[in-house]
Write a protein that binds this ligand. Structure first.
Ligand code: HSE
Length: 310
């Protein structure tokens, strides 16, 4: 039977000011999914590695399984699929772990059927899987993991997604402390409404970041990487956040914030060496709090999920 392997990358959602509307893909880490078509209808998850036995093997409760079932149904296939998932993204990290598994599974199955659907058409399946994973069908991890690049979700109803061009000299540092934060929990702490004053600050920063990326204008990017909506509340869930942010800026980063719903910290820099130095500085802070952490430095990944040779 035909079999294929796909990789889908980690993503930084929100990018400080753009709660639920901005996200970009990085080079690593990336989840790996191997799909084999089968004559038996339905989706069977054969094996998951790298999750410490925590993810459900039952397809209807697993993000990759849910996506595959919805895909097969939508194209009217009578075949089924067997899945092997190698988790490389930590769970509950704020790096888009559930999204990467969904994106890899969808790109793989679509390829096995000779790509009947575009990447954009695969998005709603992955969004529904996000709802299963955390109770909210947000697209700011699944869209960049599927499409690559820096993505704006202009609207959700109807879904309107577009890529924002980014300058060549933009490097992302991700530092993942070995702590777990469930997206569901870090969404629950947010307030249901925001004061007009904060809304004005936030939409100024959102527009500023888009213009800054497109021009490019690094000063404008720097001034725009601020969040007065989610970060003030969520940062209380991340030990030492204020010091970490100050250290990151002191070491030359353009900006620093919470990756998605946290606890991973992201930072953007104009040079690889600065991005590495920022990673070391953030890691040193976590170490001083007796927290282990992993550092990933990469450019923005323009490709997103991709098929790899077995
Ligand atoms: N926009 C989502 C949130 C991303 O911040 O809750 C979750 O990774």
């Amino acid at each position: 039977m035909k079999s294929i392997k796909a990789l889908a990358p980690a993503t930084v959602a929100n990018v400080s000011c753009g709660f639920d509307i901005f996200g970009f893909a990085v080079e690593a880490p990336a989840d790996e999914v191997i799909i084999t078509l089968s004559d038996e209808p339905g989706v069977v998850i054969k094996q998951i590695t790298g999750d410490g036995g925590r993810l459900p093997l039952e397809a209807s409760r697993n993000t990759a399984g849910v996506c595959l079932e919805a895909f097969l149904q939508s194209i009217g296939s009578e075949k089924g699929a067997e899945v092997v998932l190698h988790k490389k993204l930590p769970l509950g990290s704020g790096m888009g772990s559930s999204a990467a598994s969904s994106a890899a599974a969808l790109v793989a199955i679509n390829h096995l059927y000779d790509n009947p659907l575009s990447r954009e058409q695969l998005l709603p399946f992955a969004m529904e899987a996000e709802r299963i994973a955390c109770g909210s069908a947000h697209a700011d991890n699944v869209a960049p993991s599927l499409l690559g690049g820096f993505v704006l979700i202009r609207g959700y109803a109807p879904l309107d997604v577009t890529r924002i061009p980014t300058p060549p000299n933009l490097y992302c540092t991700l530092v993942h402390p070995h702590l777990e934060l469930k997206t569901e929990d870090s969404r629950r702490v947010l307030k249901a409404s925001i004061p007009m004053k904060d809304a004005i600050t936030q939409w100024g920063n959102i527009a500023g970041l888009v213009v800054g990326l497109m021009k490019p204008d690094y000063g404008l990017i720097m001034r725009s990487l601020h969040d007065v909506v989610a970060e003030p509340i969520r940062s209380t869930l991340i030990p030492g956040f204020e010091v970490i942010k100050a250290e990151s800026l002191k070491n030359g980063a353009l900006g620093c914030g919470i990756s998605g719903s946290g606890p991973t910290i992201f930072s953007l820099s104009t040079e690889y060496s600065i991005a590495e130095q920022v990673g070391k500085a953030i890691q040193a802070q976590f170490t001083s709090m007796k927290l282990e952490s992993d550092v990933f430095v990469s450019k923005i990944n323009d490709v997103g999920a991709r098929i790899v040779n077995n």
